[in-house]
Design a protein. Sequence first.
Length: 185
Amino acid sequence: MNKIIGILAGSLRKESFSKKIGNTLIAMAPQGFEFKIISLDDLPIYNQDFDDDNQVPVTYTTFRKEVQAVDGVIFITPEYNRSVPAVLKNALDVGSRPYGHNVWDSKPGAVISNSPGNLSGFGANHHLRQSLVFLNVPVMQQPEIYIAKSNELFDENGELKSEGTKEFLHKAVDAYIAWFNKNVS
Ligand code: FNR
């Protein structure tokens, strides 16, 4: 049976470069693996009152089940004000609760950050890693995956046109699969 890896992009924007990177990865899944987008588009902001069984939104339950069902997770984060966009932090929070039911627990992970600028979302990349330590996600250390000039990489159909970035992402996926195989329980 295929191992399933969830791909989560931290942007709601229709033309998001993070989403485009995620869509590009799907075709890069090697034999024995399936890469699957887990959408954050309909996830309301976390409210601890929702931990009450009578108030939990259906969208939370669906999202938690989706994460629970995957074997590993790849996060693609843009950078907002040198940190993780709220939509992605919110997804981490929703998946971490109610207390004692952390759906991220032990799922081998990778972080890809990106930006139209040259710093490639470095700040977001490392803030995200801080939360993932607490959530007990073993995150691949190397290679670090930073993608700069995200606004120049895709054609009008959303296809990755940069051969260099394609090759870089293939190598990153290979490294992640090796990391996954080492860390899967
Ligand atoms: C940004 N952007 C940005 N870029 C960056 O390199 N460092 C930053 O700190 C920020 N801060 C920031 C804050 C806010 C509120 C917005 C809306 C944008 C620009 C950002 O990288 C750019 O909009 C990306 O295209 C967003 O990612 P998606 O939506 O293309 O995935």
